[in-house]
Write a protein that binds this ligand. Structure first.
Ligand SMILES: [Zn+2]
Length: 223
């Protein structure tokens, strides 16, 4: 598997939700110092974390941990949003945001693909397939690069162009390796199972302690 790399940034003061009128709810950075990050290093399951994003609050939590999904930063100046009356508002703080609806839609598509990889059919609704095709066709998702390696001289890496693209490439890598994706019956978190993982392809729990806790819960119910 070729490692996916991403050099990214996160606002030291975090992010917030803001209502931008007709433009809808957005996520905006608070304008602190930028912290340089590598969100995929030691985070093999970032895509699974993103798949769990189902509400504006989840979007905010994800941004606070990893930064914007699509934009590393805004170069300078204000941002413009259409208003209800057909005009345009300019925000003077200079921190343009990302539309929450778009991020929720992206997370839904990631879930669809994970579910499709699990079912033998490997198909997703045509409408979603079209959205996905358009989305990734227009995107420059990244490039292969060689980097110097002390042991082997060099090795290949794939350098992604944004956090969201990195998530897609990470998921594609897993799926290509035959990994299946399960959701834990106890906590609801996504986990990897099947080839290349330490779990059987019919596993129902993310970890042993959750199987134990689930069984205890069931016994409690039975009284
Ligand atoms: Zn669990």
């Amino acid at each position: 598997m070729i490692p996916v790399m991403l050099n990214w940034r996160r606002d030291a003061l975090g992010y917030r939700l803001a209502d931008m009128g007709r433009y809808g709810q957005t996520i905006i950075r608070n304008g602190g110092e930028w912290i340089q990050t590598t969100p995929l290093v030691k985070n093999e399951m970032l895509y699974a974390e993103f798949a769990g994003v189902r509400s504006p609050e989840h979007v905010l939590n994800f941004a606070n941990r990893h930064g914007y999904l699509a934009h590393e930063d805004t170069p300078s100046g204000g941002s413009f949003y259409p208003t209800d009356t057909g005009g345009v508002v300019s925000r003077d703080d200079g921190y343009s945001g990302e539309k929450v609806e778009d991020i929720l839609e992206a997370a839904r598509l990631v879930r669809q693909v994970m579910k499709a990889e699990n079912s033998g059919k490997k198909s997703i609704p045509l409408k979603d397939a079209l959205i996905l095709t358009r989305l990734l066709e227009e995107e420059d998702v990244g490039r292969f690069r060689l980097i110097a390696d002390r042991k082997r001289g060099f090795r290949f890496i794939f350098e992604a162009t944004s956090l969201l693209n990195a998530i897609w490439i990470q998921l594609a890598n897993k799926a290509a390796g035959g990994v299946k994706f399960g959701t834990c019956r106890y906590c609801g978190a996504w986990f990897e199972m099947g080839p290349g993982t330490d779990k059987r392809a019919d596993s129902q729990f993310c970890k042993t302690s959750h199987r134990v806790a689930f069984n205890r819960q069931q016994q409690g119910k039975r009284g």
